[in-house]
Design a protein around this ligand. Sequence first.
Ligand code: FE2
Ligand code: FE2
Length: 264
Amino acid sequence: MPDEPTHRLAQLSDLHLTAGNAPLAGQIDTEAQLRLALGRLADSGLEFDAVILSGDLADAGSAEAYQRLQHIVAEQSELLGCPVLAGAGNHDERRNFTTTLGPADSVTEIRGLRLIQLDSSVPGAGHGEISRSRLAWLTEQLASPARHGTVLVVHHPPVPSASAVMSQFALRNPGDLAEALTGSDVRIILSGHQHVPGSSTLAGIPVAIAGGVSYAADPMYQKRGYRAMTEGQSFTMVEFYPGQVVTMVASVAANPTLHQIDVN
Ligand SMILES: [Fe+2]
Ligand SMILES: [Fe+2]
């Protein structure tokens, strides 16, 4: 008998939607990438408690891109039967983001699982920093535990980077976040930003970093610089069981079948 998770989330990160859906770097149809990923969720037949969009939703913060995204969010939350929750990243323009999508810091509780989106972006900058006021807000939210614990979504991963390029755009104060989370009910931290799926821990809490839905980056290129790739885009599925959280990385493209076993 398969185990049933208490909750299941999908995390789609780094959509980088462009104004008028112009091809990103002349090559990527970012709206098509997003729709491919959402289509994979719908086709799976799985039930999701929420879809989390973890920042860099618009590549250059265009108001039109957020409006188009808002339309997709409304349509897909209806289709999937769950909320689609938006968080901000360094590419987002805070005013255009909040006007269309609502606050970049938010708390949503779904059947006892608390989802907190915390904005780590610094207006006009690429690096991340969690401001004093946001740390205080987070501490306040975490003061009382949720029945199934908390998921913290923060665009900039609170992990070190050996990449000369990405280290400039890292979260500057992971220690402050670690302090705010120590002793809390946070079960997992979901990040994005690097466009490379990965995992780590912060203060003993698992950190899962989602790949990019729009494009993927090459961790094998970090000594030489930064290389964005036209293939290898992915998203993350997160399943919650009593005492454990399981993350799985899925490709945005439905890759060709080698073989399959169908159970129903
Ligand atoms: Fe990004
Ligand atoms: Fe980013």
